[in-house]
Design a protein around this ligand. Structure first.
Ligand code: 3PG
Length: 395
């Protein structure tokens, strides 16, 4: 059920789970993507006259109160994005919340304290859910990025109050359905990042579902090494050679073509703008590290994308945070963005590094959908059920 299924909500109390777990530096929010994502739901509920009570976690306080992890740290940035005054309530249940709700006018918005200050949040304690639910008439989950957690505020509340998916949750699920649930083939997946070990389940799931798997980043080195290629001093999990080969075999059996770089950019130093070489993967010197996919391989990958209808992307192709090792990621992101703009490709991306890489390439707004999720996006790519989503589907 979505917000379309809500009847008259004027004067009703909406408990809305949002994700305020945003990066901060020197007391300021450095990326407000998650704040912008909650805007449609919060404004819609407020404009329809509901009293909106926002629930969120911030950091990992592990069931204890830490003032530096109060969600009030995010209040100013949230008010700026929402464009309304928001009341901060330093509790999530009980009299303080009841009294605060009592002074809210219809359409007003309040922010309740970090749900993870209470141990019952992560334990998904039904008693805590009941206590929180006493101050709400219905529950909206708009935090797809926390939906992989079976916590009180992401899962438990859906069982004690009428539960609805918010607009951001709805958009995420629609995009993910288009990308992997019921996609138009051929489907390509780009999986990058440092280590194979952190994305084993992702790779194992994807090779059974997609037509092309493009592997980049440090994890490509593990696959190259497993194929007997000397990767010099590159980041590489040599102990995962058998695992990597097993993934390649499953891909073969499933009709998935795996694309590994055949030319690479190398250096002996891991820093910005060091001396570099662009070489065939068989020519990496003993003292060199592979730090990016090479230009010939990027061109070939662009040709692969041109034959595809759907793309799902998680992880950069190279050490994109250091120039010039951002080149392959930027070039392929630009190709994907151009194909999306032309209307020939549905492109969905997710994960913190990926979102940063797309922003760096200047194409964040040109993908069909960029997810707000990190861990939840990965678990979805692993094919795992997401408790926060499942709870919305059972009455
Ligand atoms: C995230 O930042 O990915 C979500 O908010 C979940 O946070 P968590 O990993 O601390 O559960």
């Amino acid at each position: 059920r979505t917000l379309d299924d809500l009847g008259d909500i004027k004067g009703k109390r909406a408990l809305v789970r949002v994700d305020l777990n945003v990066p901060m530096a020197d007391g300021r929010v450095t990326d407000d993507m998650r704040l912008r994502a909650l805007l449609p739901t919060v404004l819609e509920l407020s404009n329809k006259g509901a009293k909106v009570l926002l629930l969120a976690h911030f950091g990992r306080p592990k069931g204890a109160k830490h003032s530096e992890m109060s969600v009030s740290m995010v209040l100013d940035a949230l008010q700026e994005v929402v464009g309304r005054e928001i009341m901060f309530v330093p509790e999530i249940a009980g009299d303080v919340v009841r009294q605060s709700v009592g002074i809210l006018a219809d359409g007003d918005i309040a922010l309740l304290e970090n749900t993870r200050f209470w141990p019952g949040e992560e334990k998904n304690d039904p008693e805590l859910a009941k206590a929180v639910a006493e101050n709400g008439d219905f529950y909206v989950n708009d935090a797809f990025s926390a939906a992989h957690r079976a916590h009180m505020s992401t899962e438990g509340l859906a069982h004690v109050l009428p539960a609805y998916a918010g607009r951001s949750m709805e958009a995420e699920l629609k995009a993910l359905e288009a990308a992997l649930g019921n996609p138009e083939h051929p489907v390509a997946a780009v999986v990058g990042g440092a280590k194979v070990s952190t994305k084993l389940d992702v790779l194992n799931n994807l090779v059974k579902q997609v037509d092309h798997l493009i592997i980049g980043g440090g994890m490509a080195n593990t696959f190259l090494a497993a194929r007997g290629i000397d990767v010099g001093k590159s980041l590489c999990e040599h102990d995962l050679a058998d695992t990597a080969n097993a993934i390649l075999e499953t891909a073969d059996a499933s009709g998935c073509t795996v694309h590994l770089p055949y030319d690479v950019v190398t250096s002996v130093e891991f820093r910005s703008n060091p001396p570099i070489r662009t070489v065939n993967v068989h020519e990496v010197a003993k003292d060199e590290m592979i730090l990016d996919v090479g230009p010939a391989a990027v061109e070939a990958l662009a040709d692969v994308l041109k034959t595809c209808k759907t793309l799902v992307w998680n992880g950069p192709l190279g050490a994109f945070e250091m120039e010039p090792f951002d080149k392959a990621t930027v070039a392929l992101a630009k190709t994907a963005a151009a194909l999306t703009k032309e209307g020939s490709l549905i492109s969905v991306a997710g994960g913190g590094d990926t979102v940063a890489a797309l922003a760096h390439a200047g194409v964040s707004n040109d993908f069909t959908f960029v997810s707000t999720a990190g861990g939840a996006f990965l678990e979805w790519m692993e094919g795992k059920p997401l408790p926060g989503v499942d709870a919305l589907q059972t009455d």
